[in-house]
Design a protein around this ligand. Structure first.
Ligand SMILES: NC(=O)c1ccc[n+]([C@@H]2O[C@H](COP(=O)([O-])OP(=O)(O)OC[C@H]3O[C@@H](n4cnc5c(N)ncnc54)[C@H](O)[C@@H]3O)[C@@H](O)[C@H]2O)c1
Length: 307
């Protein structure tokens, strides 16, 4: 696969614009494409707003926040690009024709990376030209701050393309992980979905308020999860006997909890209760202010982890 110096960001909404900011900060040239007339302004705001933070995180020498252009036609946008990061809406009927069109316009050794949160790469690449270079490269919001990228080849991408995707993301300062098989929702979103299901169930059952369910994570295990995942966390919970002792000691209790985990139905009433609960928790503060606060704290957390 060819080295990436110029990358096309196809679909420039929340995720695409944030990807564009990160790519620029790593010294790449970006060509963005989106059917929305408001897209160039969104990218400009995202790049300008994020640039001070990106410099704080260590922009590449020569990185230029103005090194991007906009071309509404995705097929024209990919011309001369070494790779694509596709971030169009999360629907097969939107992504499949888009991927078919851009893949026909790209040389065989240009990677096509899809930001999809949970679609199967084997279906996304159906009908593409050289489908073996279509790979999931799933980021976490906001991609210009969160290091994780899930790479999935799903049996249709070549081993070379999967390795090239890993090398590309690692080279631009991300933390790629590879899924050996494709599954709906990939890995991290399935973990999030499992936790969210129980978070909803606990509110539905009246066990705790929305704010207290959130505090149960953010003031508790969430602090450890920023440092190590669920397996390593329980390895340490087993004392000197580690994970083996933890399993021996606590497995009967934990597996009995598994049996009582909930499977809530998101009725309109439950949805209203959750939405009202989160509005109370956040004092009705606007989302941009909450996101800015989260992003500033994330930068401090990343710096602490790096230290
Ligand atoms: N929002 C998240 O937290 C998040 C996180 C990781 C990955 N993703 C994934 O990223 C992708 C984009 O999600 P988003 O949250 O940025 O959505 P979004 O709605 O903010 O942005 C999607 C953009 O795609 C554009 N678009 C519509 N039709 C298009 C087409 N045919 N070709 C190209 N662009 C088109 C829209 O105008 C819009 O600007 C999805 O696959 C989603 O699953 C989202």
């Amino acid at each position: 696969m060819r080295p990436v110096r110029r990358i096309a960001v196809i679909g420039a909404g929340t995720i695409g614009a944030s990807w564009a900011a990160w790519f620029l900060s790593r010294g790449l040239e970006v060509v963005a494409s989106d059917p929305s007339p408001g897209a160039p302004e969104l990218i400009r705001r995202m790049v300008e707003g994020a640039w001070p933070i990106l410099q704080q995180l260590g922009a590449a020498p020569g990185a230029d926040p103005g090194r991007w252009s906009f071309e509404p036609d995705p097929v024209k946008a990919v011309a001369g690009c070494d790779a694509v990061q596709e971030s169009a809406p999360e629907r097969y009927e939107v992504k499949q024709p888009l991927l078919r069109a851009i893949s026909a316009a790209l040389p065989e050794d240009a990677l096509i990376l899809c930001s999809s949160s949970g679609l199967l790469v084997s279906r996304l690449s159906e009908g593409c030209t050289h489908p073996g270079r279509v790979v999931i490269g799933h980021p976490f919001n906001p991609p210009h701050l969160i290091p994780l990228v899930e790479v999935v080849g799903g049996g249709t991408a070549s081993a070379e393309a999967v390795q090239a995707a890993v090398g590309f993301y690692r080279g631009i300062g991300k933390h790629p992980i590879v899924l050996n098989k494709e599954v709906p929702g990939h890995l991290a979103n399935r973990l999030q979905a499992a936790l969210w299901r129980e978070a909803v169930h606990m509110v539905a059952e009246g066990v705790a308020s929305v704010a207290d369910v959130d505090a149960a994570i953010a003031q508790g295990p969430g602090l450890r999860w920023a440092l190590m995942g669920p397996h390593a966390t329980f390895h340490l919970a087993g004392g000197e006997g580690g994970y083996a002792h933890f399993m021996h000691h606590l497995m009967p209790a934990v597996t009995s909890w598994w049996e009582s985990l909930g499977n809530p139905v998101l009725t309109p009433e439950l949805q209203r209760a959750l939405i009202e609960g989160v509005a109370q928790e956040t004092d009705g503060r606007p989302i941009p202010a909450l996101a800015a606060e989260r992003d500033a704290a994330l930068v401090r957390l990343l710096a602490a982890k790096a230290g």
